[in-house]
Design a binder for this molecule. Structure first.
Ligand SMILES: *[C@@H]1O[C@H](CO)[C@@H](O)[C@H](O)[C@H]1NC(C)=O
Length: 228
């Protein structure tokens, strides 16, 4: 019986030693884990801060997921080139050195936001027939962003105006010499676009000698949901 008592006592002491060592170890392990977790927490905060939706293209609010942010600035006289931003990227601008006189245009796939083509239609020295062919070649459904620069009417024809009406423009019919025009529409829909502005060139109000000021439009262009 006595042996049994000593054995039990020894066992209890052993258990206390082992468990306290275990607790000490786990405490150290925990401390280490905290350091590591602390590091990852900082890392996670950093990641989440960069993934929270930020407004794109200088808009005041982020766009809903079923739309694309865009902004369009016309040129100002012959001095400052136009700027077209789509989904957070400047596609055309003076700085990018890819703008020109006439109509600067970006054509975008309306389901995946892929930019199909961009460039400028030289409405001062270009070929009206080629400009019309370029516009007629845009597939129905495509998003079209347009900004004027310098003058957009020297080579303008009624047929060219009609292609923009077919994209939802209601102001293209009133576009005159040196007016500034910005427009976002959808090819082949004829649905009136909310995203269109015209600034008339008028000697009395022009801010530049012979040209009006810059005009801009921006917003969230609805994406076509691919239901295939
Ligand atoms: C847009 O891209 C999708 C996917 O690649 C394609 O199926 C569709 O035909 C394109 N839209 C147009 C108008 O070309």
């Amino acid at each position: 019986m006595r042996y049994r008592g000593i054995f039990t006592l020894t066992a209890v002491i052993l258990i206390i030693i082992v468990t306290s060592k275990f607790f000490m170890d786990s405490f150290h392990a925990h401390e280490k884990a905290k350091e590591v977790i602390g590091f990852y927490q900082i890392h996670n905060i950093f990641i989440s801060a960069t993934t929270t939706p930020e407004p794109k293209c200088s808009l005041s609010k982020p766009c809903p997921p079923d739309s694309f942010a865009f902004s369009i600035h016309s040129g100002a006289a012959t001095v400052v080139g136009p700027k077209i931003c789509f989904d957070g990227k400047n596609i055309m601008s003076h700085i990018l050195n890819n703008v020109g006189p006439g109509l600067n245009i970006v054509v975008i796939n309306d389901t995946n936001g892929v930019i199909e083509k961009y460039g400028y239609l030289n409405m001062i020295t270009g070929d009206s027939g080629q400009i019309l062919a370029y516009l007629k070649d845009i597939k129905p459904g495509m998003i079209v962003l347009v900004a004027s620069y310098d003058d957009a009417t020297t080579k303008m024809t009624d047929e060219i105006r009609e292609t923009f009406v077919a994209m939802g423009s209601t102001l293209i019919g009133s576009l005159n010499h040196r007016d500034n025009w910005v427009f976002a529409g959808r090819a082949g829909t004829k649905i009136k676009s909310f995203y269109e502005k015209l600034l008339v060139s008028d000697e009395k109000t022009n801010v530049f000698d012979g040209w009006p000021g810059m005009v801009k439009v921006g917003g969230c262009f609805p994406r076509t949901v691919d239901d295939t």
